[in-house]
Design a protein around this ligand. Structure first.
Ligand SMILES: NC(=O)c1ccc[n+]([C@@H]2O[C@H](COP(=O)([O-])OP(=O)(O)OC[C@H]3O[C@@H](n4cnc5c(N)ncnc54)[C@H](OP(=O)(O)O)[C@@H]3O)[C@@H](O)[C@H]2O)c1
Length: 294
């Protein structure tokens, strides 16, 4: 494979648009496909070639990357008759960077094997801001040699790169992190609403939590949005609920106890039921604030 392999990029949502943009900036030739075709326009302006189907995007690509919603999207994009694994040339590489279940990913691994395509799982930690600045943390599993070949591709999009093993390990690692992200957001919300109810200043409480023993990259990064009650979705409540569901389903098969994850999953349902499904999941603070009885 050359220094700058030809990349086909599928999925130009909140994350994918920025990630594909970094590959273009780094000099990779990139062909893009998005189900909603208009979303390809900003990338075409930056030098990408637009394709009108997955097959057209994959044609001649050395590396095909998808960044799409969920298990259903992965199955539709990868394993249908007009999907990636029908179109990819034997010997090419398929990388999926979405957050999906180990189970769906294992199905894709089996189909990739039959198609003679090397398959990497590479979900990411970080949100739209890190995607935009090229500072994602990229969690990878799959064949080690393929990972080594693709390191320059990952380095164009992320600031930290971890390799976990040759199968679905990265999928579970990603879900473990998102369990903590969601539980942290719900605890952060509950604590600041508690402080406000006791007469403390909202902004000061958020600042002090950030500087305390429990301050973390998450509380500091999201503190400004919480101060402003700006819940423009970087990651929506529906999306975090999806990840909790994936983690809970995985735990059913592995036997891991999930008391906190099960509890906090119900918070996301309450929010979805009361119209906050498309807001950032940190709007849990607003949800609790609205429920204060005094
Ligand atoms: N946002 C974050 O902060 C964040 C952080 C880390 C990981 N993630 C994960 O990264 C993935 C993408 O997230 P995102 O925030 O970029 O999502 P998003 O903005 O909702 O974009 C989803 C993308 O998937 C495409 N898609 C969905 N279903 C499809 C299907 N059946 N066939 C073809 N394309 C389909 C969408 O196409 P259309 O444009 O046509 O709808 C869009 O390009 C998700 O798995 C998410 O959990 C997100």
């Amino acid at each position: 494979m050359t220094d700058k392999p030809k990349v086909a990029w599928i999925g130009l949502g909140k994350m994918g648009e920025h990630m594909a943009g970094h590959l273009l900036s780094a000099g990779f030739p990139v062909t893009v496909y998005n189900r909603t075709v208009e979303k390809a326009a900003p990338l075409v302006e930056k030098g990408a070639t637009a394709a009108d189907s997955i097959a057209a995007a994959a044609d001649g690509a050395d590396v095909i990357i998808s960044m799409i919603s969920d298990d259903n999207a992965l199955r539709a994009v990868a394993s249908t008759t007009d999907g990636v694994l029908s179109a990819a040339a034997p010997g090419s590489i398929y990388i999926d960077m979405s957050t999906v279940s180990p189970e769906a990913s294992a199905e894709i691994a089996s189909n990739a094997d039959k198609a003679g395509v090397a398959y990497l799982r590479a979900p990411v930690n970080g949100t739209v801001v890190q995607a935009e600045s090229g500072a994602l943390i990229i969690l990878v599993s799959g064949p080690r040699a393929t990972f080594d070949t693709c390191t320059p591709v990952f380095e164009a999009m992320g600031s930290k790169l971890f390799y976990f093993g040759d199968a679905e390990q990265a999928r579970s690692m990603k879900l473990a992190i998102n369990m903590m992200v969601g539980i942290t957001a719900s605890m952060f919300s509950e604590a600041v609403v508690f402080a406000k109810a006791a007469g403390l200043d909202w902004d000061q409480a958020i600042d002090v939590i950030g500087q305390s023993a429990v301050g973390s990259p998450y509380t500091n990064f999201r503190g400004p949005a919480l101060k402003a009650m700006d819940f423009t979705p970087t990651f929506s409540t529906k999306q975090i609920a999806k990840d909790f569901d994936l983690a809970l389903a995985t735990a059913e098969t592995t036997g891991a106890p999930m008391p906190l994850t099960s509890l906090v999953r119900q918070f996301w349902s309450d929010m979805i039921d009361t119209g906050k499904g498309d807001l950032d999941f940190l709007s849990y603070a607003q949800h609790l604030d609205e429920q204060r009885s005094k």
